[in-house]
Design a binder for this molecule. Structure first.
Ligand code: ATP
Length: 388
């Protein structure tokens, strides 16, 4: 998925789970590319008061930070979970800005040995905010060191090897960890328990995306009207990163073919050019639905058969297209394969066959376990509710 992270302080590349080129090329990929990172830096809200959406997390986090500020101490450690592109990194930066403390950024994949973490921890200054992105991807030995450091502000540095090895305790100044994860379920309970505040980020509604897009257009110096912005918001899959990326493509179109204004016509033309339909589905999403409904009569059909039908790897279909299609109730995963839900037929504008025996099928998994880490509520609408 994403390539190297260009933000200062990232010690290593973040590697996408699927690694497919199709995924990297998608304009609706929720994961960030290098291009996004460069453009996003300028669009990030800097303070909580500028952060639209996620009102619950924003208000709760605001309280935790304000209380710590008044006490003159460090706040509890903060865990932010949720799918990619919803603002976890942005909020981590905001935490440091609100506390007026420096921010240190690193990520789970960069911390493969306890020694890597010890090096980071022992160089922290008092009150510093340590952002650990993809915290679920840290090694077990580093996790264990982190528990102790978060709870007691201490690390045990092991000197020597074998039976003669000794642990020398090293006191650390108080600091705040902000952990981010797309897969909160993968975090071991002892690590999760060390976070005094946990915020789960949900997909944004259209009104919040409209606010975000108006702000981004202003920062990009692009004139944008309400209808154009609304059109982009509606196709952004609830994800600010995708919204900002689509805005940049519409801006490009408007600069080349129009007067430079982001309006309804420009949004429509640009997003058609980039194959994003009015529900935010792209070519791969639609190919999966077409194959499922037209070739396999709505399914159920096995993942690998479906993947062959759309000319993709099974892994790409499963990790790139499926999470959103399941979350939005287009398809259902069942023990016998993938099946089309009523929304798939409606979206394609075709009648489901009367014989589709889908009512008997049970969903394969509980809602919220999709590969994008989408939270509860997504797939549940699709579960078992088939057309009769
Ligand atoms: N609430 C928001 N308001 C305005 N812009 C936002 C908001 N949330 C996210 N963004 C924009 O989306 C981009 C992606 O956000 P961010 O990098 O914080 O997501 P993330 O959840 O950390 O993603 P990942 O899991 O891939 O690291 C940011 O650059 C920012 O411009």
């Amino acid at each position: 998925m994403s390539g190297g992270r260009t933000e200062p302080g990232f010690a290593s590349e973040l590697v996408e789970a699927d690694g497919s080129s199709e995924a990297t090329a998608r304009v609706v990929d929720p994961a960030g590319t290098d291009d996004d990172r460069a453009a996003e830096a300028a669009l990030r809200p800097r303070r909580l008061s500028e952060f639209p959406g996620q009102p619950r997390v924003r208000d709760q986090l605001g309280l935790v930070l304000e209380a710590a500020r008044r006490r003159g101490g460090t706040p509890d450690h903060v865990l932010l979970s949720g799918p990619p592109g919803l603002g976890k990194t942005t909020l981590a930066m905001i935490v440091a800005a609100e506390l007026e403390r420096p921010l240190r950024l690193t990520s789970g994949p960069a911390i493969q040995h306890a020694g890597d973490l010890a090096a980071v921890l022992s160089s922290l200054d008092e009150g510093e905010v340590l952002f650990l992105d993809e915290i679920h991807r840290m090694s077990r030995s580093a996790e264990e060191m982190l528990y102790l450091a978060m709870e007691d502000f201490r690390v045990d540095v092991i000197v020597g090897k074998g039976p003669g090895a000794t642990a020398i305790p090293l006191e650390l100044p108080p600091f705040t960890v902000v952990g981010a994860t797309t897969r909160a379920g993968l975090l071991p309970a002892p690590l999760r328990d060390r976070f005094g505040f946990t915020g789960h980020l949900d997909y944004y509604d259209t009104a919040d995306l409209v606010t975000i897009l108006h702000r981004s257009a202003r920062l990009l110096g692009v004139e944008a009207d309400d209808a154009g912005i609304l059109e982009i918001a509606g196709r952004s899959r609830g994800t600010p990163r995708i919204a900002n990326r689509l805005l940049r493509r519409v801006r490009d179109w408007a600069q080349v073919h129009g007067e430079g204004h982001v309006d309804l016509a420009a949004a429509h033309a640009a997003l058609t050019l980039f194959d994003v339909d009015d529900a935010g589905l792209d070519r791969l999403d639609r190919a999966v639905l077409e194959a499922l409904c037209r070739r396999f009569g709505g399914g159920p059909v096995g993942l690998s058969t479906l993947a062959v039908a759309v000319g993709e790897e099974a892994d790409t279909v499963e990790t790139v297209a499926e999470p959103y299609l399941v979350r939005e109730g287009y398809i259902v995963r069942t023990p016998r394969g993938r099946a089309a839900a009523p929304r798939a037929w409606t979206h394609l504008g075709i009648e489901p066959p009367r014989s589709a025996p889908l009512q008997e099928l049970l969903p394969l998994e509980e809602p919220g376990t999709a590969a994008d880490g989408s939270g509860p509520g997504g797939a549940s609408d699709a579960n078992g509710r088939f057309g009769s």
